[in-house]
Design a protein around this ligand. Sequence first.
Ligand code: URA
Ligand code: SF4
Length: 189
Amino acid sequence: MTKYYWKELYSEINGCQKCRLCEQRTNIVIGEGDPKATIMFIGEGPGRDEDLSGRPFVGRAGQLLDKMIGAIGFRREEVYIANVVKCRPPNNRTPEESEADACLPYLRVQFALIRPKIIVCLGATAAKYIYDPNVRITRDRGVWKDKKGVWILPTYHPAALLRDESKKREAWEDMQKLKQKYDEIAQNT
Ligand code: URA
Ligand code: SF4
C-alpha cells in the first residue's frame, strides 16, 4: 500500500459514493479515538444517533461500550473506535457484502495508520470481515486469533448485550482477557 495520511483519508471519505449507503446518510461516521491506540474496537456501522452526530458508538450501545472500556480502566479517548461501514444502513440492517467490500479499504487505511496491536471485533459483522467469513460469535467469542502479529478478539456487540442481559457475564470475561493481553504487550514493549 502506498503511504497514506489521515488528511488524505478524510478527504477521500468525505463525499464518498462508493456504495448506495451514501443515499440516506446524514453524516459519514469515520471513527475516533487515539490515532496511536494500542486497542482498536470495530463495530458494524452507524446507527441513528451516530448518523445524526457523525460520531461512532454514541447511542445506547455506545454508552454500554464506554462502560466496557471503562471496566478495564480505559477511557474511550485512549482507544480507537470505528466501524465496518461508515454510513448508516437504513433501519440499522446488517450491511450487505457489497457495501462492506466497498467500505473496507477505508478501515484498512485506518488500521495501517494506527497500527494497533489488538483489534476487538464487536459482533459477527466485524469478525466476519476482519478475520473469518464463517465466524459464529456465540461459538468463537473470547478466543484470541493472531493475524500477522496483531491480536484479534471477537466478542459480543454491545447492542446484543442490551437485547440479552445473560450475555453480559461472557462479555465481561472477554474484557478481562483484553486487559490481560494489553498488560502482557505493555510489559514486553
Ligand atoms: N453500532 C455499531 O455497530 N456501530 C456504531 O457506531 C453504533 C452502533
Ligand atoms: Fe462510501 Fe463506505 Fe459510505 Fe459506502 S458506506 S458510501 S463505501 S463511506
